[in-house]
Write a protein of this length. Structure first.
Length: 462
């Protein structure tokens, strides 16, 4: 009897030898200010990512831009570094002190969620250091309005990072002086196109600097504050046609910046349809979701009866031995039950959902990032704004509602060129949904089995 061939084991994916998210050139070659390059060296940041290498020269040259790159590719620094190279303590001129005294704002960064805004502020504070961290301030909903107003008046920040509603609220109250603003950034710009932000976005676009004119600058009456022409930057992991149109409406001749090159947005809007529609779903949202996926992911699924899912999850975690795991579920009420079952199996685990308080959420995320919690069970809402580069395994314990949500979940791993594995645990009758995601997103999702403390590929496709 011929000896049965051993099934190949699945390992948590590591970076492939041929792929590097980093550019061959250093930050010093990107025309950033010498002071800022020195600060980056002190932080052991010497090589930009591909999207940073493409975007920084374009933004330093003053172009309006729409920046697209996959989740976790370093887009935040791609626009923060040109801003800090132009204004503030790292600028060649040392910053505009007169602007600081009058409380004028040089840059406004709009984020659709509190978590993303707080994440951007942390990145800016790392660069500015303790001495200058007061120069950046967050204006987010859910925080104390009076304290934010007092901090704004006291610190006179040069950069405001906030959610559309709170920024608009401060602007209407006359507490935010943005007519002389030089930079307007929309991070996760595809989200701020939502109708719920329409009035707030209109206020921001009308009162943060002014859109660059194509020819002669518009004249203003003496009674109105002097407006500076702003540089408008849209940032997103996806670039649907509606977002390209918004870039053209809000800016002046914007360039579409990707990891490899910068092109005209008007040219690129037609390329989006012609080149990608052949490969993936015709749905623009699904195509955009596919583009947002990090390139170095391994996708697989395991068949398990519903009553044994948590047990299968525990065995997969023990077999794959990942450093950090995000487990996605659809409903908050089932998170704690899953958490207790994993704890009973000896796994360090906690849960995060939309109903959790701000302090509890912050403490849980801090512990997860520090490695004190190995597994974090989250709902779709609870996972917003989570950025843990060390996360190397994402598990769909319950199937996402569509391909777009599958891509959003998968984007929590494989950040900044690291490897990542996306594992879906489903019933046999749910397999058609996995097949649908595979087809719509143009992925290869391998079927695996768990046995004898190992996760291995099934032989059906070999």
């Amino acid at each position: 009897k011929p000896e049965k061939m051993k099934k190949p084991s699945i390992k948590v994916t590591r970076p492939s030898p041929g792929f590097s998210p980093f550019s061959a050139q250093g930050f010093a070659s990107l025309k950033l200010s010498p002071k800022l390059v020195q600060k980056l060296d002190e932080m052991n940041l010497t090589s930009p990512t591909q999207v940073q290498a493409s975007a920084i020269p374009v933004l330093l040259d003053g172009h309006d831009a729409a920046m697209q790159s996959y989740t976790g590719s370093g887009k935040t620094l791609a626009y923060l570094l040109p801003i800090l190279s132009t204004i503030g303590p790292f600028a060649d001129a040392g910053g505009d002190e007169s602007a600081r005294k009058t409380g004028a704002i040089d840059a406004v960064i709009v984020a659709p969620s509190r978590e993303l805004a707080m994440q951007i502020v942390r990145e800016a504070e790392k660069l500015l250091g303790d001495e200058h961290r007061r120069l950046v301030q967050q204006l987010i909903g859910g925080a104390n309005l009076k304290r934010q107003a007092e901090a704004l008046k006291k610190n006179k920040p040069m950069i405001i990072v906030g959610t559309p509603g709170r920024i608009s609220e401060f602007s209407r109250a006359g507490k935010l002086h943005t007519h002389g603003c030089r930079f307007l950034v929309f991070d996760e710009a595809d989200q701020v196109l939502s109708m719920k932000y329409r009035d707030d976005m209109k206020r921001i676009l009308e009162h943060v600097g002014t859109r660059r004119a194509s020819s002669s600058s518009s004249s203003s009456s003496n009674s109105q504050p002097q407006r500076l022409e702003r540089q408008t930057i849209l940032v997103s992991a996806t670039m649907p046609p509606a977002l390209l149109k918004a870039a053209e409406d809000w800016g002046h001749k914007p360039l579409l910046v990707k990891a490899a090159a910068a092109t005209s947005t008007s040219q690129s809007s037609s390329e989006v349809d012609s080149q990608q529609q052949k490969r993936w779903s015709s749905d623009p949202d699904v195509r955009g979701a596919r583009e947002s996926l990090p390139p170095n992911l391994r996708h697989c699924y395991v068949i398990s009866p519903a009553r044994h899912r948590v047990s299968t999850l525990r065995r997969c975690i023990n077999a794959l031995d990942p450093q950090s795991v995000l487990v996605f579920m659809n409903f908050s009420r089932r998170l704690k039950d899953t958490m207790f079952k994993l704890q009973a199996g000896g796994i360090d685990v906690s849960c995060l959902h939309g109903d959790k308080g701000k302090l509890g959420r912050s403490n849980t995320l801090t512990a997860f990032k520090a490695g004190k919690i190995r597994v974090l069970v989250v709902s779709e809402v609870g996972a917003r704004g989570i950025d843990v580069p060390e996360c190397d395994l994402v598990v769909n314990l319950e199937l996402p509602t569509d391909a777009t949500h599958y891509a959003h979940r998968a984007g929590r791993t494989g950040r900044l060129g690291r490897g990542g594995t996306v594992l879906t645990i489903c019933e046999e009758r749910e397999k058609f949904v996995v097949d649908k995601f595979e087809k719509q997103l143009g992925l290869q999702i391998d079927k695996c089995e768990v046995a004898c403390g190992d996760v291995s590929l099934e032989e059906e496709d070999q």
